[in-house]
Design a protein around this ligand. Sequence first.
Ligand SMILES: O=C(O)CCC(=O)C(=O)O
Ligand SMILES: [Fe+2]
Length: 355
Amino acid sequence: MADEVFPIIDLSQDGNWPDLKGPEIVEACKKWGFMILTGHGIPKDIIDSMFEMHQAFCTLPEEQKLECVIDERQIGYDLKRSKIGMNECMVFGGVKGDIVQGDNIHPWWDAEKRAKVEEFKEKAHNLGLELLKVFATSFGLDPEYFTSAHNMNQGPGSVLRMLHYPKLGEKPKEDFPRLYSHTDWGSLTFVWPRSGGLEVETPSKRWIEVPLIPDSIVVNVGDAMSLWSGQALKSTLHKISFDNLPIDQTRWSMAYFVNANTLWNRSNKCEIDAKLEILKREEDGRLTLSSDQHTILTAGEYHQARLYMSQKEDAKNNWVGQSDLSILDTAHKLASVVERLGVANGSGLVNFSRS
Ligand SMILES: O=C(O)CCC(=O)C(=O)O
Ligand SMILES: [Fe+2]
């Protein structure tokens, strides 16, 4: 449709962008669930230096990179050759300080490089907090309503994925995509693209490629934030297809996933847990706290429900890596809450539907 213009919002005019650009930001997140932010204040030399490290690390032989494979804290190297996608990724999850001190990171990432990653994560996180304040303020809530549940010092932490979609000799025989059609699980996602290829579903459900603007950030709302906001904010499907990123092309990008706090201990009990109190949309557009107990989940319960839903989906599709669903014994009840709210279906795959 001719009036479907991908939202591009420049924050550079004034230090007071949350007040000045807040309404435009919220509108974009309601209508598209996606926007591009320019003039966002994260310096270009810092972004450049992150991509330099990313590209240099990816040139190491595969067996070296595989020495530290991604763990349950979401730290380490992730090589994907599956229905999820065909890419490689260095993943830096965990809380503040975990990268500088942490294990399971290849020694190629020396102290100086790790400090840069921590600094970048912190800058990204602070921008995420500003956006969460904009959302809360626009809904008439306490500005810290969402931010208080996104503390960088509390687990599980937000996750930086440095992504590389390599050139391929031939198209995979197994029908694996570059990146499957999905919505993100968390609160907010930032993507720094260095190459084109990312496609999103428009409000009228067409697929378009996200404009490539150097040094900008592509921001999208995740399922948790959509759920939390009573679906006032939209979590939108996106993908990278072989049509748009053919086998002879490469894509470099970085994605930062802003997640709500929750921490599981070794006996699978949740120790820190943000309350994901699903807000209710009033007729005048305001969001209020719902009195319906069924619409109150904690971030940990939400996460468990998503795990359960995606493993159920994997099992249905006979995907590799199935695990024992009985571990998640209460999760199916929670999954039905998530399903009923219509924010996510299965693992967020193509047949995702929303009223
Ligand atoms: O590479 C990209 O730009 C997209 C990454 C993405 O959507 C994801 O990892 O969830
Ligand atoms: Fe995504």
